[in-house]
Design a protein around this ligand. Structure first.
Ligand code: M6R
Length: 625
């Protein structure tokens, strides 16, 4: 998703647009562009690099104007080139468009426009849209954008201006976020409302296929037929006391966000779980007790880290609330065309609330009659708007591309949900529910304790970070923890890694084990502990060094599978490297186990000299290709 900031008023637009884009720079954009309308012409400047590159360009090639659009993005492929940067101009240079997202039929539109005599300068869909707006422009920019939108397919947000409409700015969206900011004698456009928070805290959140016409004096919202749309302004919440973009004493956002976990857990618990003796309150669910009793099946659907949180949540829901749970990778769900039984509910999990695969999966399930509940971090997202109920995790802004605090809070929120359902349905021993609530209330202290053991994790990382391959293994509720630990390692350190069930690994993958790789095995106390110890014995015999995670005081795991008779150079003869976990109930252990797994990935990546916060080929929010 790209960043767009637009301005119309009496001040200089370039400055306001660049300042807005600066707020988005943590996303790692490497292309930036600005356009203004001045003296009857559209003027464009584009640069590779960060907003500072644009500052520098403007010193040699100044740009002025009180109507302007700024855009920043990642280069699509290979080397960043200023030619690919938005805003793009139409062929007659009278229209400029900044586009975020995907126009699925842009090739077809390009061919039609080419056949009609238009010449393109780039391969960008943004240029196709600028050209399309030009073909419909007869002095009314808003009407031209509406007609262009009718021909466009996909998920996008855009801002447009015309040399011949020097007092107007037009914004429109379909499925991607876009707001228009309300000022006094000036107005704004932004894909991320926080990028204009320094200018105004009042915005209109545009709906799908809605268009905003901005003049210095005001804003008109319409649909594509230009019928007026009424909307109440939304007040942008105050940012958290500490600026989320301030890394403080931490070298990376990932490390900072790992350390924020005790605090954000308290935020997430607040008002929901306050005492082991009181019922859990989950108002955002929007479900009566009867609704909860009527649920027959829950489909958990999400991507990446959020999917792992869903696996933990589903495990707990089935164990505690005795509801049949299924897990569907969101990216696969619509094409599988799953059967949705009456009484089904689906739980979508997403940090951003904008992940396209998750959105498509939830829409598919909703269209088949499932109630959609989402567990989200970002507020006012597309998934939030389309859900029947939303539980916010309250993680604050997560900047590191590798998700850490959001995962822990997703697991916590889903744990509360499972306990709530169990309470309402009367399916679990009240004493167990009470003790689990007590343990969840203690998780900030448990995490603090785990953070104080960071050096032990770092020492283990030091021993193994130069190995090219790894396996993360767990069973039961911690199979998902193993998969999450593995994902964290591969995306930050680029070490090839697989997360597996410690039982399933014996059905083939174990053939890969050898001394040049390492295995991380989660063997916390609980129902599957004995099986894990047995699995460790079998794994150790395959000569791969083992990093075992076990509960404080455990005496079996450190030597599980060790063969004292083996040659000293054989890893089989060495005790396992240990990462210790404070005692927790098995159902709470995924939250505890996650902290050292995050730290292990972080330190291995750091030791390898990787960038960590912006891993190669990854974006914070995955949109359509
Ligand atoms: O914003 P979402 O939670 O929907 O994102 C889902 C995944 O793209 C995300 O968790 C991804 O796997 C992260 N890079 C994991 O660290």
């Amino acid at each position: 998703m790209c960043g767009i900031v637009g301005y119309i008023g009496s001040r200089q637009a370039p400055e306001i647009c660049i300042n807005g884009l600066r707020q988005l720079q943590y996303r790692g954009y490497d292309l930036i562009g600005l356009a203004t309308v001045q003296d009857g012409q559209v003027h464009v400047r584009t640069a590779t690099g960060k907003p500072e590159a644009m500052d520098q360009l403007l010193t040699s090639e100044p740009l002025t104007g009180t109507l302007g659009i700024g855009h920043s993005t990642w280069s699509d492929q290979g080397k960043a080139s200023a030619q690919d940067a938005h805003p793009h101009l139409s062929s007659n240079h009278r229209i400029a468009v900044a586009l975020s997202g995907t126009v699925e039929n842009h090739q077809e539109l390009r061919e039609n426009l080419t056949a009609a005599g238009c010449e393109f300068r780039s391969q960008s869909a943004g240029e196709v849209v600028a050209q399309l707006v030009q073909t419909h422009y007869e002095g009314d920019l808003r009407a031209a954008v509406c007609r262009a939108m009718e021909q466009m397919q996909g998920r996008f947000a855009l801002a447009a201006m015309a040399a011949d409409s020097p007092d107007e700015l037009v914004a429109a969206r379909r499925f991607l976020p876009l707001v228009v900011g309300i000022g006094q004698g000036e107005q704004y456009i932004a894909t991320d409302m926080y990028s204009i928070r320094d200018e105004t805290d009042r915005v209109y959140v545009l709906g799908d296929d809605e268009v905003a016409l901005l003049t210095a004096e005001g804003i008109e919202l319409t649909d594509l037929q230009m019928k007026p749309v009424q909307r109440e302004p939304f007040v942008i919440p105050q940012p958290a006391a500490a600026d989320p973009k301030d890394k403080g004493d931490h070298r990376h956002y990932m490390h900072k966000e790992i350390y924020e976990q005790p605090d954000v857990i308290r935020n997430c618990l607040a008002g929901r779980l306050t005492s082991p003796d009181l019922p859990i309150q989950l108002d955002g669910l929007n479900m009566t007790e009867q609704d909860i009793r009527d649920v027959r099946q829950i489909i958990f659907s999400a991507c990446g880290t959020a999917n792992h949180a869903g696996m933990v949540g589903g495990y707990l829901m089935e164990k505690l609330a005795r509801i049949s749970c299924v897990f569907e990778l969101a990216a696969e769900l619509p094409s599988r065309d799953p059967v949705v039984l009456p009484g089904s509910m689906c739980v979508g999990i997403s940090q951003s609330g904008e992940t396209n695969d998750t959105l498509m999966a939830l829409r598919d399930l909703k269209s088949k009659g499932a109630r959609v509940i989402s567990v989200l971090n970002a507020e006012d997202s597309t998934i939030a708007r389309e859900s029947d109920g939303v539980l916010y995790i309250h993680a604050g802004k997560e900047i590191g591309v590798a998700s850490t605090k959001a995962y822990t809070l997703q697991v916590l929120t889903l744990s509360m949900m499972a306990l709530h359902f169990a309470e309402v349905r009367g399916t679990a021993d009240p004493e167990l529910i009470r003790s689990l609530k007590k343990e969840l209330l203690l998780t900030p202290a448990v995490i603090q304790q785990l953070l104080s053991r960071e050096d032990e994790v770092k020492a283990v990382a030091q021993k193994h970070y130069d190995k090219p391959d790894a396996f993360f293994l767990g069973r039961g509720v911690n199979m998902a923890s193993a998969m999450e630990g593995s994902l964290k390692l591969k995306e930050t350190s680029y070490i090839h890694s697989e997360g597996y069930s410690a039982g399933e690994v014996r059905h083939g993958p174990v053939a890969l084990l050898q001394p040049s790789m390492f295995v991380v095995a989660i063997a916390a106390q609980g129902e599957v502990y004995d099986m894990m110890v047995a699995n460790l014995g079998g794994l150790k015999g395959r000569s791969a060094p083992i990093i075992a995670m076990a509960t404080d005081g455990d005496t079996q795991v450190p030597t599980a599978g060790v063969d004292p008779a083996a040659d000293a150079s054989d890893p089989t003869s060495q005790p396992n490297d240990m990462i210790w976990l404070p005692p927790t109930h098995e159902f709470v252990s995924p939250i505890a186990a996650t902290i050292p797994l995050q730290l292990l990935a972080y330190h291995m990546a750091d030791m390898k000299g990787e960038g960590i916060d912006q891993p190669r080929h990854l974006t914070k929010t995955v949109m359509p290709e």
